[in-house]
Design a protein around this ligand. Structure first.
Ligand code: 2AM
Ligand code: CA
Ligand code: CA
Ligand code: CA
Length: 264
């Protein structure tokens, strides 16, 4: 299977959803609080509804997992495609979106047997569409992209994020941030895990790590990094899985040294 059609459909839906969130933000945005450090807006919900309806129209047998509405099983039993599941983040970077910081995106991935085969990330404020299908080069607005070539942590620009809960993992992430801020060229905190991964894929950032993300945060981005020549594991160096506890994504050259540096 080449998944050519799935990629085209995902690209088109991500663009539509991205333009929807820009338009709706200007028209009518209501912010509500899921938990103390966890915001959501009406636009997160309407974007997910738009994306889910569009996927349904093209692939009625596929299951969908979205951040705001959870699992929707395949509708049309006769076309039920069992192992296929779409992962949707209708707005990644909701806190930025709610505050008016223009760093957020739409992320859509198709997984087959638990592996991403198509991944698309669209940043509407920059009109940048990152896309990949397994086995092909990763693209930015249709042009092939590559990870960076930086091979020393001391020369690297890194990015991370922090878990929303306060506890042991949060404290560990803070310690890693302090240590890597001392030992690298700098650590950014953009507030969108999908953008972090897209920027590793296109070489703007050398590596990314974070604990506690969900399948819809990383499902598209990890394929982008792989297809752009990078490496993905968890922070301990074990094989990466979207349901796993952490992610470490790098240009490959830095991976081993950074993994050691994160053992603080
Ligand atoms: P979101 O904007 O889709 O919620 C910010 O560090 C990154 O972590 C974003 O990609 C954000 O996704 C994600 N994230 C996951 N769970 C979160 C939570 N409970 N609160 C805030 N951000 C969360
Ligand atoms: Ca959220
Ligand atoms: Ca997210
Ligand atoms: Ca989200």
């Amino acid at each position: 299977m080449s998944f050519h059609q799935e990629l085209r459909v995902a690209e088109s839906i991500a663009r539509q959803a991205g333009l929807h969130v820009l338009r709706e933000r200007a028209r009518h945005m209501e912010v509500s609080i899921k938990a103390p450090n966890d915001l959501v807006t009406n636009v997160d919900r309407s974007s997910e509804q738009l994306i889910t309806a569009a996927i349904r129209e093209h692939f009625p047998g596929d299951a969908i997992l979205g951040e705001e509405y959870g699992v929707t099983p395949g509708e049309d039993a006769s076309q039920n495609t069992g192992s296929r599941r779409w992962l949707i983040d209708p707005i990644d970077g909701t806190a930025n979106f709610a505050m008016g910081i223009p760093l957020y995106c739409v992320s859509i991935a198709l997984q087959v047997d638990g592996q991403t085969v198509v991944g698309v990330i669209y940043e509407p404020n920059r009109d940048e569409l990152f896309s990949a299908r397994r086995g092909m080069p990763a693209l930015l607005n249709g042009e092939p992209i590559d990870v960076s070539s930086c091979d020393r942590v001391a020369n690297a620009v890194l990015v991370t994020g922090f878990p929303s809960g306060r506890g042991e993992v949060f404290e560990r992430a803070i310690e890693q941030f302090v240590h890597l801020t001392r030992s690298s060229r700098g650590v950014r905190r953009l507030g969108s895990a999908a953008i972090d991964l897209a920027y590793v894929a296109c070489g703007r950032i050398d590596a990314f790590w974070e604990y506690g993300l969900s399948p819809w945060d990383t499902g598209a981005g990890y394929l982008l990094v792989e297809c752009a020549g990078g490496k993905i594991t968890d922070i301990e160096g074990a094989p990466y899985h979207v349901d796993g506890p952490s992610i470490l994504a790098s240009n490959g050259a830095l991976h081993h040294e950074l993994q050691n540096a994160l053992r603080v």
